[in-house]
Design a binder for this molecule. Structure first.
Ligand code: ADP
Ligand code: ZN
Length: 704
């Protein structure tokens, strides 16, 4: 068999193309030089050393601190017919001997080792092996600057120095500039070239939902999970108690779920993790401890039940979804109380200022009204030139309006309460609440009492937080979260400065966003019946072999099979992720199942705005598009409005009469340029549909 890197990629791993940087890294390694590989989780780091390992005529040592991951990786390699083994504290002494003999006889291409085991044997049998490459995974563990320092890693430098002519490769998904330099020094890399790939994970959709009360949050999560039955997901909670509560709730609704936290025994945790990896448990509700050591490629969604402490952690956690590159969803819930709680925690601890700073960045992200992926990536030093189209803000772009009057009402409330009260009291006063505390404090006598009755509680909250983000109000966490007016805020109050606000948009649950742009043309044409049958077959084989299902074939491969319906060897080999070995081992069984379906016509369904646009361009009416796509007409109108806002050729004026636009304009003006749909809907006696209101507003705001 040919053994150039590209031939190996195709024949052994079943992939057609290298991902960016993989080939360069492989070539540099084959030339005997050191490399530093910085790629996001799921970016394809392993391939960078696995292919050179197959090219070299000796053994490749892979150092990793994650013992459970080693076993998975070795299983996955073996499934592709590659001779791989691992050597760590989890194997029995008698097995050790067998691994050592195989290594000595040259029967192992890749040997995964924990750093402590490597150090223990580095001057004994390891020295006698024909080592051609050393890959150090999770290389950030060597740096005290990182977040996961492991002292054993610092001893790897001596090992490096004992093999001066062997190429070393350091790999990690997290290292900022200072950590990078440190890692190079600590590992003794020589003229290592740095390879950084984009950290943009386009297949992950990003959604944030703020200020959702607990009951509703549980309800929403349950509905979300229900839509994704049979798919794996992780819910991250802050406290152990929460993990148990949420798991309990979901179990009560018939979901396959388990919780996972540091209060459980190692054995229990291992069990939970294994069941998840083998798809026996679909949902894990965990504290952040979960997920570090697992390499499950088909996690389809991640939910944060609370605000994470920083963007680094958040990005790493959502990154556990969709490692196979298929569309996956992430959703973050947060409440101001999470923020207040953490700020207080941070106050006591080490590095308080830095931690609070990171927390503020996290909150800013959660409250942002512009493309979230842009914000996230720019935090990591990468700058997107256009909006992503795959986050909630892109899907539901906020509408701006003149919020000066609203801001003045809020600010004057704060001033009249002598800057002593927090958000809740302020809203109660603005809305003229009959709450006893309001009366007891005498606030019902204030001039501002009840001036904001027409705005809902939730919306007031949103506006006030916007005012805080714009620097008009400061939330004093050290004083029971009392609101203070900043110098800019005073200017606004005096009428010297106007304020722009955006309409709070909380997408309705039934319109839950669907990911838009995808590398693989995804669920659109996947035949669900074939897919289900293929999954069953895969589970059966996985069980028999006692390996995780994705070791047999990834979800991505199965999906492609159910789209392409391969029934010959050549067709089967053309599926991404099918190499020679898997073809030989499983090809017949899978093709047999597929053949049964070959004549069945495929249903079509796809959830993108762009599809609406396509149909629109073909001349279909919104009603026809809605019928064809099995969506609400309102949704189609909202797609069209968005396309219009984005500058696409959509003639909105065709769908909404001048008469209606004028009615909406009047209501809009009467309501103080309110851009929320509901008040306008009510104001117009529920006679004008939400879709028409949405389109009219789009026209009005664009100056029509
Ligand atoms: P990382 O170690 O960076 O987290 P992995 O090495 O586990 O990522 O790769 C993630 C997934 O991408 C794996 O399923 C792997 O097989 C797949 N992959 C890697 N390289 C390619 C490629 N060139 N084409 C298609 N899939 C790839
Ligand atoms: Zn976006």
């Amino acid at each position: 068999m040919e053994s150039t890197p590209i031939a190996l990629l195709k024949n052994i791993f079943g992939y057609d193309n290298f991902r960016p940087l993989q080939q360069e890294i492989i070539e540099r390694t084959l030339a005997g030089k050191d490399s530093f590989v910085l790629m996001p989780t799921g970016g394809g780091k392993s391939m960078c050393f696995q292919i050179p390992a197959l090219c070299f005529d000796g053994i490749t040592i892979v150092v990793s601190p994650l013992i459970s991951l080693m076993k998975d990786q070795v299983q996955a390699l073996r499934a592709n017919g590659i001779k791989a083994d691992f050597f760590n504290s989890s194997i029995l002494p008698e097995e050790e001997g067998a691994v050592i003999s195989r290594a000595k006889r040259g029967e192992i291409k890749l040997l995964y080792m924990s750093p402590e085991k490597l150090i223990a044997v580095s001057t004994t049998w390891l020295r006698d092996l024909n080592i051609k490459l050393v890959a150090i995974d999770e290389a950030h563990c060597v740096s005290m600057w990182g977040h996961d320092f492991r002292p054993e890693y610092t001893q790897l430098k001596a090992f490096r120095n004992s093999l001066p002519d062997v190429p070393f490769m350091a790999l990690t998904a997290t290292a900022d500039k200072s950590a990078r330099a440190d890692i190079e020094v600590q590992l003794g890399l020589k003229n290592a070239r740095l390879f950084i790939s984009s950290f943009d994970r386009k297949n992950l959709s990003i959604e944030v939902r703020g200020q959702v009360p607990k009951k509703k949050k549980l309800y929403e999560i349950e509905r979300f999970a229900e839509q994704k039955r049979n798919e794996s997901g992780i819910i991250y909670c802050l406290s152990r108690k929460n993990t148990e509560e949420v798991a309990e709730y979901l179990r009560g609704h018939g979901h396959s779920v388990a919780f996972y936290h540091a209060g459980m025994s190692a054995e229990e945790r291992e069990q939970v993790q294994t069941a998840f990896i083998h798809d026996d448990t679909k949902i894990i509700v965990a504290t952040i401890a979960f997920g570090m050591g697992i390499d499950k490629s088909n996690v389809r969604w991640v939910i944060h039940y609370n605000l994470p402490k920083n963007l680094e952690g958040y990005y790493q956690e959502i990154g556990r979804a969709g490692r196979d590159g298929l569309p996956s969803e992430t959703r973050l819930y947060y409440n101001m109380s999470d923020f207040v709680l953490y700020s207080q925690f941070a106050d006591g601890g080490a590095n308080a200022a830095m931690q609070k700073d990171k927390l503020s960045r996290m909150l800013q992200f959660a409250e942002a009204k512009s493309c979230r992926r842009k914000i996230l990536l720019s935090y990591f030093g990468e700058h997107l030139t256009s909006d992503c189209g795959n986050c909630d803000v892109c899907d539901n772009p906020p509408m701006h309006f003149d919020g000066t009057i609203l801001a003045q009402k809020a600010l004057s409330g704060v001033a009249r309460m002598k800057e002593k009260e927090g958000i809740t009291m302020l809203i109660n006063v603005l809305r003229g609440s009959a709450n006893a505390e309001v009366h007891a404090a005498g606030y019902s006598q204030l001039k501002t009492y009840g001036v904001g009755r027409d705005v809902s509680y939730i919306d007031w909250r949103d506006y006030i937080i916007q005012l805080a983000n714009q620097g008009l109000i400061e939330i004093m966490y050290s004083e029971g979260s009392a609101l203070k007016i900043t110098p800019i805020g005073w200017k606004v109050l005096k009428g010297d400065l106007p304020v722009r606000l955006t309409t709070p948009v909380q997408p309705e649950e039934k319109n839950i966003r669907k990911p838009i742009s995808m590398q693989l043309s995804t669920d659109a044409e996947v035949d669900p019946h074939v897919y289900e049958e293929l999954r069953k077959l895969r589970s059966a084989i996985a069980r028999e072999k006692n390996v995780p299902a994705y070791v047999i074939f990834s979800d991505k491969s199965l999906k492609q099979m159910s789209i392409d319906l391969p029934v010959t060897e050549n067709e089967f080999l053309a599926i991404s992720g099918v190499g020679m070995n898997k073809m030989e081992q499983y090809g017949d069984e899978f093709m047999e199942v597929i053949a049964k379906f070959k004549h069945v016509p495929k249903p079509r369904k796809s959830p993108t705005i762009l599809e609406t646009f396509d149909l629109y361009k073909q001349g279909l009416s919104p009603e026809e598009i809605a019928a064809k796509r099995n969506l609400q007409v309102t949704t189609i109108y909202s797609h069209l409005s968005q396309l219009y806002t984005e500058g696409k050729e959509v003639d909105l004026e065709k769908f909404v009469s001048k008469d209606i636009v004028e009615k909406v304009r009047a209501a809009f003006n009467d309501l103080g340029k309110n851009t929320e749909l509901k008040p306008i809907f009510e104001k117009l006696n529920e006679q004008v549909s939400y879709g028409e209101i949405r389109m009219s507003l789009t026209l009005i705001l664009s100056g029509k």
